[in-house]
Write a protein that binds this ligand. Structure first.
Ligand SMILES: [Fe+2]
Ligand SMILES: [Fe+2]
Length: 268
């Protein structure tokens, strides 16, 4: 059994200090086997914001899989945006843009979907898809293969392709039967759903995390993060939500899924 704390959209530079402390305290108490952070570590990709994000990560358990988001690319510095968009992220947070963790029960790959040619949209490219195919080819039949990207592969609310990562169809053509779980953020909404709805024939559970620490809320959702408990073909997804009144995170929802017939089914 493996437990993963899935955090996203930290947005240092626009965080609530009480919530930041709450995340650190709660995640440390939960003692997950892995911490995943699916992008937007900063608000405006400034050095001091990256240093605050780095200090935050240093207080969370290891190992960690961290990927950048669109906010981690400079917005106004056109030169930096064009020629070295992730220089500060690589220097201060991590030089690894394709972090990978595997232990026999889970195999977790992070990919960078942030691009400098768009303001907020993201994309995967053919080389990254090939890396994922190669990484997920290893591991036995019981290994749960997990892809981490900032931009989501589904957008449950609107049902259109507005915020979905570019080239998602191409990626799912290659990865649909090789990946079991996709962890993302960007929308600042906590959601889950089957990839088969948008990508017929695929068998992944798509999980989005809300914003863990930012004051940039959407849809009236409070700060939140996910805790996933993976035990072979069973998965429990908890959504922990910040309650300002008690200044603590508590479990708001819990869903259980069983992996069978090439996909996940929710059980009540
Ligand atoms: Fe964000
Ligand atoms: Fe984002």
């Amino acid at each position: 059994m493996r437990r993963i704390a899935h955090l996203s959209d930290l947005h240092f530079g626009r965080t609530d200090p009480a919530v930041v402390r709450g995340v650190i305290d709660t995640v440390c108490r939960l003692q997950p086997d892995l911490v995943v952070v699916s992008g937007d570590l900063t608000q405006r990709a400034r050095s001091h914001q990256f240093r605050a994000a780095r200090a935050f990560l240093d207080r969370l358990p290891q190992p960690q899989i961290v990927v950048p988001g669109n906010h981690d690319i400079p917005l106004w510095n056109i030169f930096a945006r064009g020629f070295s968009p992730l220089r500060k992220y690589r220097r201060i947070v991590t030089p690894d843009l394709e972090p990978f963790f595997a232990d026999g029960e889970i195999a977790v790959l992070g990919l960078n979907t942030a691009r400098s040619l768009t303001i907020k949209d993201g994309r995967v490219n053919r080389r990254q898809i090939a890396v994922a195919v190669q990484r997920f080819s290893a591991g036995g039949p019981h290994c749960v293969r997990i892809l981490v990207t900032h931009h989501p592969f589904d957008q449950p609310e609107k049902g259109d392709a507005g915020d979905i990562v570019g080239r998602a169809v191409l990626a799912m053509d290659s990865l649909g039967s090789r990946v079991d779980l996709i962890l993302s953020g960007h929308l600042h909404l906590g959601r889950s759903g089957s990839s088969a709805v948008r990508y017929p024939g695929s068998g992944a559970l798509i999980v989005l995390a809300g914003t863990a620490t930012s004051t940039r809320m959407r849809g009236g959702e409070p700060n939140a993060f996910n805790l996933l408990e993976i035990d072979g073909n069973a998965l429990v997804l908890q959504r922990l939500v910040w309650a300002a009144s008690s200044a603590a995170f508590h479990v708001a929802t819990q869903e259980t899924f069983i992996r069978q017939g090439g996909g996940w089914s929710a059980i009540s």
